[in-house]
Ligand binder design. Structure first.
Ligand SMILES: [Mg+2]
Length: 359
C-alpha cells in the first residue's frame, strides 16, 4: 500500500431533483445541490466523497465548498495514500469552517483506501456490520399532508417516524397527533430544528402527554447556542433530548456530557467531518449518551457511507438515513437501501459500494 499514491482528484457540482421540498423549521431544500469530490489512485482505483451543503444550517455555500475542494484536488495529487490523516488535518486547519468539504475529502480517501484493500468501508470502523433500519421523515406541512406522508411510509414497511415540528405550535400538535393516530405504537421522533424555546417545548410535551402521546425523543428543540434551554428540556421534559445542530465538534460533545444538556446526539459527517464524527461517537458511547446517525440532504453515496460508519461502530439506537427516499432521480449506482428502509451492507464487497452516475 505504501507505494500507492493519489494520481489526480477533482471536484464538481452534483445536483438531483427531489420528490418534494424537504421543509424544516430552519429552512427548505427544493433541490439537492452538493459537491462531488473524486480521487484516482496510481493503480486506477477511484474513491468518491460528497459534500452536502446545508447553507441554512451551517452557513457554508456551494461556491466556497467547490472552490476549497478544487484547491485541495490540486494539492493532493502525488501524495501517498497513508498520508490520509495528515491530509485531513491540514485541510481542517486551512478551512475550519467548511466541514462538509472536509467530510467529502475524508469520504473519498476512505472509499479509495478500502477499495484498494478490497474491504467494505464498515470494516474500517468495526468487526461486524450491525443491521440498520431507517426511520422516515414527515416534513413540515399541513395535517392532511402529514397523514398522507405517514400512510405512504407505513406502506413502504418503515416502522419508525421522524416528525418535523417547530414552526407552528398548534398545527404541529395536530400533525403529531395525526401521525400517532395512524402509526399506533411505532416510535415517533420529534425534530424541532431549533424552532422552539425551552418553555414552548415543555408545553408541547405536556400537551402531548394530555393526548397520551409519548414521543421516543425530541431533537434539537431550541436554538443551537441555547445550551441552558436544552438542559432545561432534558431536566424537566421527561423525554429523551437529542442534540443535533448544537453538536458540530468534539468540543461540543464534551460540553454536552459535562453539562448533561441532552441524553442523545445526532451524529452527521457534514457537521464535523468523518474522523471527528468517529471521535464524537466513541466519546458519547463511553459516557452513556445515546446515538442517532443522520445526514443532511445527501445522495445514496454519502448516506451509505454514514450507514457503513454506524453499522461498523454499532451502538446507534436511532437511524435517520432516509434522504435517498427524497431523490426523484437516480444519480448513483450500487445497492443502497431497500424500500422498507433496511441497509444490508453485507452485500458490499469493497469501499462504500456506491458510485455516482455523471452526465
Ligand atoms: Mg435534526
Amino acid at each position: 500500500m505504501k507505494s500507492i499514491s493519489i494520481q489526480k482528484a477533482n471536484a464538481r457540482i452534483w445536483r438531483a431533483k427531489l420528490v418534494r421540498p424537504f421543509s424544516t423549521a430552519k429552512g427548505q431544500h427544493d433541490l439537492l445541490e452538493n459537491v462531488l469530490f473524486s480521487i484516482e489512485l496510481s493503480n486506477g482505483i477511484r474513491g468518491f466523497g460528497e459534500a452536502a451543503v446545508a447553507t441554512h444550517i451551517t452557513g457554508e455555500t456551494v461556491h466556497e465548498t467547490l472552490k476549497n475542494l478544487k484547491d485541495t484536488a490540486g494539492s493532493v495529487a502525488g501524495l501517498g495514500l497513508p498520508a490520509f490523516p495528515e491530509i485531513a488535518e491540514e485541510f481542517k486547519m486551512k478551512w475550519a469552517k467548511n466541514k462538509c468539504a472536509l467530510a467529502a475529502l475524508e469520504m473519498a480517501l476512505l472509499d479509495a483506501a478500502t477499495r484498494e484493500r478490497k474491504m467494505p468501508l464498515w470494516k474500517a470502523f468495526g468487526t461486524q456490520p450491525h443491521s440498520l433500519k431507517t426511520d422516515m421523515t414527515v416534513v413540515l406541512g399541513d395535517v392532511t399532508e402529514a397523514e398522507t406522508a405517514t400512510r405512504e411510509i407505513l406502506r413502504r414497511g418503515i416502522r419508525s417516524f421522524k416528525v418535523k415540528i417547530g414552526r407552528n405550535f398548534d398545527r404541529d400538535l395536530k400533525r403529531v397527533a395525526a401521525v400517532v393516530r395512524i402509526t399506533g405504537k411505532c416510535p415517533v421522533y420529534l425534530d424541532a430544528n431549533q424552532g422552539f424555546t425551552a418553555a414552548q417545548t415543555l408545553k408541547f410535551l405536556k400537551e402531548l402527554k394530555r393526548l397520551k402521546i409519548k414521543p421516543a425523543l425530541v431533537e434539537q428543540p431550541v436554538p443551537k447556542e441555547d445550551w441552558e434551554g436544552l438542559a432545561k428540556v432534558t431536566r424537566e421534559g421527561k423525554t429523551l433530548v437529542c442534540a443535533d445542530e448544537s453538536i458540530a465538534s468534539l468540543q461540543d460533545a464534551k460540553r454536552l456530557i459535562k453539562t448533561k444538556a441532552a441524553g442523545a446526539i445526532n451524529v452527521k459527517f457534514m457537521k464535523a467531518g468523518v474522523l471527528e464524527a468517529y471521535e464524537i461517537a466513541r466519546l458519547a458511547k463511553r459516557n452513556g449518551i445515546k446515538l442517532m446517525i443522520g445526514t443532511m440532504m445527501e445522495t445514496p453515496l454519502a448516506v451509505t457511507a454514514a450507514a457503513h460508519f454506524a453499522a461498523g461502530l454499532g451502538g446507534f439506537d436511532f437511524v435517520d438515513l432516509d434522504a435517498p427516499f427524497f431523490m426523484a432521480e437516480n444519480v448513483t449506482r450500487g445497492h443502497c437501501v431497500t424500500r422498507s428502509g433496511v441497509y444490508d451492507l453485507r452485500k458490499i464487497k469493497a469501499g462504500i459500494g456506491i458510485v455516482p452516475i455523471l452526465p
